[in-house]
Ligand binder design. Sequence first.
Ligand code: ADP
Length: 184
Amino acid sequence: MEASVGSAKLKLLQGDITEQGTDAIVNAANSSLMGGGGVDGAIHRKGGAQILEECRLIRRSLPDGLPTGDAVATTGGRLRAKKVIHTVGPVWSGGNNGEPEMLERAYRNCLALALKMGIKTISFPSISTGAYEYPVEKASRVALRAVVDFLGENTGIEEVRFVLHSKHDLWIYEETLEGEKLRY
Ligand code: ADP
């Protein structure tokens, strides 16, 4: 599915984010930046050791790790994407502990960093909805709202892709983008 937001394109597709040829891909990392499971593991496996090397350098100035909602960039290593933007989504703990705000911040900070770096095309995974257990339907509303708002407020990013790993997640994101659910 594809939509226009101002002069930018918003695309929803099922696939593997490590195979995307956008200028950057986003990693749903953990605060250690030292790799993990899910999309994080896939990105480090395919991108190679240079990504972890740059994460180690970043950690020197962030001894306590990357705070939830912040974003940093490294090389894409051997990936098609030249850059990986690492962010940390919130762990779901019922929804009344600032999770929506933190998730929104994660998306916005990735986009703001991308804009600053001159990145024109970027792919996101569904941040927080794997190991961090954020319900995907709720997460899709926050994610799509954050991206649509950002693209409405800023020019320079030409394409944002959501690369959903499962057909089910793609369907949920499509429903949210299509339906009234985005106007919350
Ligand atoms: P988090 O810890 O933020 O929840 P996860 O990596 O556990 O991050 O999960 C986030 C989402 O990324 C999940 O929906 C998961 O299915 C998905 N995912 C895992 N591997 C990939 C991949 N290679 N490409 C795109 N999405 C992926």
